[in-house]
Ligand binder design. Structure first.
Ligand code: F6R
Length: 606
């Protein structure tokens, strides 16, 4: 949710700023801009994608320090003036900001009363004028930013550059910022992706910390002026640079990454002999696992839906109550936190503000939270301290795919681990471990031969709306299919547990209405067949995701089969055709598959 980039050193800044913006574009892509210290501050910004910014940049911009921003609008629509950087009235200070200044209205009103002409509708702009005032009153850059932030309420990751000072001031409170440390040069970014090709040495700013970055070094301090240790760490997982290769879109690449991603998630965590799984990073002994009264999982969007699958798997295998919660609702409902309960925060990016807020609520009330996270060293991973990484590798497309399958896989590993500490038999454990080992190969074989995806696309592309149905463990899979189609093809979708359909959504069905049904070969299949009959009796067209060789295919207008597996693992296979259907439908409708409108990959505002 907004990406920030900065450079200060001895090389021209612009190439890195532009490249960095491109790497961070997934965080927001409604407008972008750069400010380079080139004698004066040279600022270029515009609404649109990074390519639009590149098209207005002069061929050469001298200057060896600069900051840049790619935006996801919160205050004020995407436009040239609302794009960052924002600039002081004399043009000598520029600021980029990720987060929300909650008291922006008060700050803006005061500035306007004092005669400052604000250029934009943003919450961020007020800050640059306040910094300018502090500088005019004789403050040094660091003090000016610190004093300004004392008047601000809200969240920020921000960078400020000054025409008259060879330094960049950074600050973090709730929105991530990482500083890449080099020799005679330093880089700044919202996450490590743009830094990996430049340096392995990074400082991850903590909340409440400011940094004064020059080409020679980085000095950090707390908002109250106290010293803060600038802990330099080595990037522990180098994903390299996410490249498209021969794929036209990251989403398709990431769908096809799934067999390898799954292997990475399972490697070293399965014990066939004991029919067990081990997630060492959770730091839980079998004794502790036996005492857990209930498990709660928290997530948003796809991570929430993976949690909904996970909670069913945990409950079934370990016979321990498990619930999945919407992170954005959690803390507002004043939840009761039991000391021994186990909480999981599930997140691909590890930066989702709603999930982070839910974690803090639990921790404040004395509970412990463990992360189920993709991005190593991310804010949520660090806030939790313990947990497990899902090892999907970089996910760039806004629509999450391989993170879903790996979240489900990781939660299944946990379900086996807690199950084995309780009542799950070794024999059943062994069956599951064997089935898990085979899974990457099954995913691969499905993706090599995905079946009638284009027939399904044909049935869906002109639909007014689409109903997705599934039962039990397939209900969240149906929701995930609906979410994917909705977010990238912009087709309104409704997802329901199949049995609930007759209590309302059935009223939507008319001749030709497309209904996507997820029905693996599990104990609920016959009930799902009844739901299919109810749909067909109202003229609906059934697109069915089923297990290969299953006669249920006869019930469908379009049947897409996935390989057979243990029913409890079926979500990892049944979700695949849904991902492909969403991708190809979006493509045929000429949507921007990797950068759907109004969305951002990493949602760092509540
Ligand atoms: C959907 C999607 C979003 C994210 C959600 C949580 O395809 O990508 O719904 O799943 O914003 O993001 P993370 O997992 O980073 O916390």
């Amino acid at each position: 949710m907004c990406g920030i980039i900065g450079y200060i050193g001895h090389k021209p800044a612009t190439p890195f700023l532009v490249e960095g913006l491109t790497r961070l574009e997934y965080r927001g892509y409604d407008s972008s801009g750069i400010a380079v210290r080139n004698g004066d501050l040279e600022i270029h910004k515009c609404a649109g994608k990074i390519t639009d910014l590149v098209s207005i940049l002069p061929k050469k911009i001298e200057g060896t320090s600069g900051i840049a921003h790619t935006r996801w609008a919160t205050h004020g629509p995407p436009s040239d003036v609302n794009a960052h950087p924002h600039c002081s009235v004399d043009g000598k200070i520029a600021l980029v900001h990720n987060g929300i200044i909650e008291n922006a209205r008060v700050l803006r009103n005061r500035l306007e009363k004092e005669g400052v002409k604000l250029q934009s509708d943003t919450d961020s702009e007020a800050l640059v004028h306040l910094i300018h005032r502090e500088i005019s009153n004789g403050s040094k850059p660091l003090t000016a930013v610190r004093r300004t932030l004392k008047r601000a309420r809200g969240t920020w990751g921000l960078c400020v550059i000054f025409e008259d000072h060879d330094t960049i001031i950074c600050a973090r409170n709730g929105s991530p910022l990482v500083i890449g440390v080099g020799d005679g040069e330093n880089w700044i970014a919202s996450d490590t992706l743009p830094l990996q090709a430049r340096t392995q040495q990074v400082i991850r700013l903590e909340d409440g910390v400011l940094a004064e970055v020059t080409s020679e070094g980085v000095k950090t301090s707390r908002f109250d002026g106290r010293y803060s240790d600038s802990n330099v760490t080595t990037l522990d997982e180098d994903w390299g640079e996410a490249e498209l290769g021969d794929y036209p879109h990251f989403m398709l690449k990431e769908i096809y990454d799934q067999p390898e991603a799954l292997r990475q998630c399972l490697t070293g965590r399965l014990d066939l002999k004991d029919g067990n799984a081990r997630l060492g990073g959770l730091g839980l002994t079998p004794k502790q696992l036996q005492k857990i009264p209930h498990v709660r999982l928290l997530g948003c969007g796809t991570a929430l839906l993976a949690s909904q699958v996970g909670r069913l798997v945990i409950e079934q295998l370990a016979r321990v109550p498990a619930l999945a919660h919407v992170s954005s609702e959690f803390r507002h409902n004043d939840p009761v936190i039991e000391n021994n309960a186990l909480h999981f925060a599930v997140s691909q990016s590890g930066e989702t503000a709603d999930t982070l807020a839910a974690i803090k609520e639990i921790q404040l009330k004395g509970g412990e939270v463990r992360g189920v996270i993709n991005v190593v060293g991310s804010t949520i991973a660090r806030q939790c301290g313990k947990g497990c990484y899902i090892h999907s590798g970089p996910e760039q497309a806004v629509a999450s795919t391989k993170a879903f399958t790996n979240m489900v896989a990781a939660l299944t590993l946990f379900a086996i681990q807690i199950g084995r500490a309780r009542s799950l038999s070794r024999t059943r454990g062994k069956q599951l471990v064997k089935a898990l080992k085979k899974l990457p190969q099954l995913v691969e074989s499905y993706l090599d031969n995905p079946g009638s995806i284009m027939d399904a696309v044909d049935a869906l592309k002109d639909a007014k709306s689409v109903l997705f149905l599934g039962r039990g463990i397939s209900a969240p899979v149906a929701r995930e299919g609906a979410l994917k189609l909705m977010e990238i093809a912009y087709i309104p979708c409704l997802a329901y547990p199949a049995g609930e359909m007759k209590h309302g959504p059935i009223a939507l069905l008319e001749e030709g209405s497309p209904v996507v049904v997820v029905a693996p070969n599990d104990s609920l299949k016959d009930k799902t067949i009844s739901s299919i009959h109810e749909c067909r009796a109202r003229g609906a067209k059934i697109i069915l995701i089923h297990e290969e060789g299953d006669s249920i295919a006869e019930e469908a207008d379009i049947a897409i089969s996935v390989p057979s597996t243990d029913p409890i693992l079926s979500p990892i296979l049944t979700v695949l055709p849904l991902q492909l259907i969403a991708y190809h439908t979006a493509l045929i409708l000429d949507r921007d598959v990797d950068r759907p409108r109004n969305l951002a990959k990493s949602v760092t505002v509540e």
